[in-house]
Design a protein around this ligand. Sequence first.
Ligand code: TXA
Ligand code: MG
Length: 353
Amino acid sequence: MAEILKIDENALRRAVTLLKAGKPIGMPTETVYGLAGDAANEDAVLAIYRTKARPSFDPLIVHIAQGVSSTQDLCEMKLVSSSVLTPSVIAKVDRLIAAFWPGPLTLILPKHSSVSDLITSGLPMVGIRMPEHPGAQALLKSYGRPLAAPSANRFGRISPTSAEDVQSELGDLIELILDGGHCDRGVESTVIGVASDGGFNLLRPGSLPIESIESVLGDTLRVPDAASSAASPGTLASHYAPGKKCYILPKPVIEMRALDWNVLPDVANKRVGLLVPCGHVSLENLQSLPFQVTEVCELAPTGDEREASRSLFRSLRALDASACDVILCEPVQRDQGLWIAVKDRLRRASQRL
Ligand code: TXA
Ligand code: MG
């Protein structure tokens, strides 16, 4: 079992000692908990991959302390090399940094030669993010060097949004988890990259809405097709998955007719956990279903997207741990703001029908 410590001077001292020894630790951020290790120590980076059982083709994000305000600053820190970027791209990156850092935006930029290929999985680009969580910032400041940190879950599983989640994922493999409470955003950062023609690609929807980024860029984000997924190797079709089978319904429960249930694998005698992304489901509607609903999780009873993203992984985890045999999700029917990230994660958490 890892030690879980609330963040204070003593906890930070202990964290710094472990990081200096190349041992990864659990770190809170505003999105999800990270498994943090010294980005400049290749043994620490290897330990992160090993601890998560993460394949080496999936690169890590480098987390930095507050105080950086431009591409130039990132170059001076020997994280980024701006030589292949045009002045107009640099100006756009600078606008994004000014608008959204610290916060849940990861920028994929040309890497400086000092950044280890282990971090970038051999790619010429590096992901950089300045987290907003005061606990993450306190750790980065105490340590004084950038920290590589993927989400602190075993590879392919549900991302952790509390110190206890990290304990249940990796507690046997690490010594310390800094406890910064439940993650306020609840879904990972939005990842965007600079394309070779100077445009910006959306590599992963996340906690920063796409519309906010586009309004600062003055341009639309492009979504590279799956075939070019080498652009973001971590965005695999199956990810964030609970241990139980999880299916997305073609329509909300109230609209499902008897025949509609045939599209699902046999759930007739199963105990079902129902996940409702938006709004209420009335118990009355559950009475007439061809199976028993043993658990209901409503992500956003009032329809608030922030609430939905905050409770998404926590609810999936709760359903996974509950007495149900299978998880059914109502579909996300909105295609803007944070709903895009919620829909993306549910799609990757579920089986194809
Ligand atoms: O919110 C977050 O971003 C969290 C917290 C802990 O900061 N971190 C996180 O890391 O979600 P991870 O490793 O679980 O996801 C990072 C994503 C992956 O899809 C990875 O492929 C992509 O970012 N990525 C990282 N570096 C990249 C690079 N150089 N080029 C393309 N994609 C990259
Ligand atoms: Mg992850």
